[in-house]
Design a protein around this ligand. Structure first.
Ligand code: FE
Length: 355
């Protein structure tokens, strides 16, 4: 069953009207899992169906974006029917954790399968969230106008040689907050702020739109360098549209910091809801997401890399993006630390005028 996301004014009421009927604790714990998901990919359907087939647990799904889900959980409070939450960014997972929206999970299977870098810092109560796929934040550039050497580190994006060339989405978007939070760790707060100032000085235009809009702006000649998550690039690589093929022919793709700390990677992940009415089913689902079958759907469905140890997914668009290589050097900074830095980063953005 799929439930439409409702305007915030209706959120609290909707919790009772739409979900209370089948989530009373008495009948819970048996066959139901209420999932709030910020992921909306066709392969996720197959993933949910297979979980139901394997366990007999039916999934009721609420689709919304990350901010909408976090707001909804807060509004619903203890009455929330949510059992599992899926979000698509470390900064948001960290936010959900510190706002007390998640119930820590103790699972040997998940601790064994998901590398420590891609899950919340464990506490005696358990682990607040687990990352199930990674996406890298990379650089796309106009091959005719920009040398690969001029964009092979994040640091160089702020170098005067790239003045007037850079396009990016808003600095406050979680994808950028996480990237900048990683730069703080790879350098130091003072250097990171100077770097952000340099990035503002190098902008071709004020930040607007999403990652794909930045890539298209490079194609249109509005700018020459863009920052994007890898799955947006993979979608364009897979596109059959002649305009997209022409666009991708023009563009170079750079995984920055390959000879230093590695390229920044972000995660999509899941958590058990603080007030889960079906906690056993929630843990079963979170563990299922780390299985090879689910990892294949979860990661490949959005052209991402799986996080679970021992799972490899072959995706031609990702291989093409890496110039035929199977992998790249990813940063080793914990997603938790990156998420935590967002508050510091937002203050820096305000100081340097990064909209
Ligand atoms: Fe996205």
């Amino acid at each position: 069953m799929k439930l439409k996301f409702l305007p915030s004014a209706l959120i609290a009421a909707a919790a009772f009207v739409t979900l209370a009927g089948y989530t009373t604790p008495a009948q819970a714990q048996e066959k139901v899992l209420n999932l709030y998901s910020a992921r909306h990919y066709s392969t996720d359907e197959a993933l949910y169906n297979n979980f139901t087939k394997a366990t007999g647990i039916k999934i009721n799904r609420v689709d919304a974006d990350d901010a909408g889900i976090l707001a909804r959980l807060k509004a619903e409070g203890a009455a929330s029917p949510a059992d599992v939450i899926l979000l698509v960014d470390a900064a948001r997972l960290w936010r959900g954790e510190v706002d007390g929206l998640f119930a820590p999970v103790k699972s040997k299977a998940l601790e064994d399968l998901i590398p420590a870098q891609y899950r919340a810092k464990p506490t005696p109560e358990g682990t607040a969230w687990f990352g199930y796929s990674t996406r890298a934040r990379v650089v796309v550039y106009d091959k005719a106008k920009v040398k690969a050497d001029d964009v092979d580190t994040y640091a160089k994006l702020a170098d005067p040689r790239n003045k007037g060339k850079v396009c990016t989405r808003s600095g406050s978007h979680p994808y950028n907050l996480s990237l900048f939070g990683s730069v703080v760790e790879q350098t130091n707060p003072q250097a990171a702020e100077a770097w952000l100032k340099g990035l503002v000085d190098n902008m071709a235009r004020a930040p607007k739109g999403g990652d794909t809009d930045q890539i298209r702006a490079v194609g249109a000649g509005e700018c020459q360098i863009a920052i994007s998550n890898t799955y947006y690039i993979a979608r364009l690589i897979k596109s059959e549209a002649p305009a997209d093929k022409a666009l991708m022919d023009k563009l170079g793709i750079m995984f920055p910091n390959q000879t230093t700390g590695g390229t920044h990677v972000n995660i999509a992940g899941g958590a058990m809801a603080k007030n889960a009415k079906n906690p056993d089913n929630a843990v079963k689902f979170l563990e299922y997401l780390a299985s090879p079958e689910a990892q294949n759907y979860f990661a490949n469905g959005n052209n991402e890399w799986p996080t679970a140890k021992g799972v490899n997914v072959s995706n031609p668009a990702l291989t093409a993006m890496l110039g035929g290589k199977a992998s790249f050097k990813a940063e080793t900074i914990s997603a938790s630390v990156v998420g935590m830095n967002q508050v510091k980063v937002q203050q820096m953005l305000d100081r340097v005028g990064f909209k």
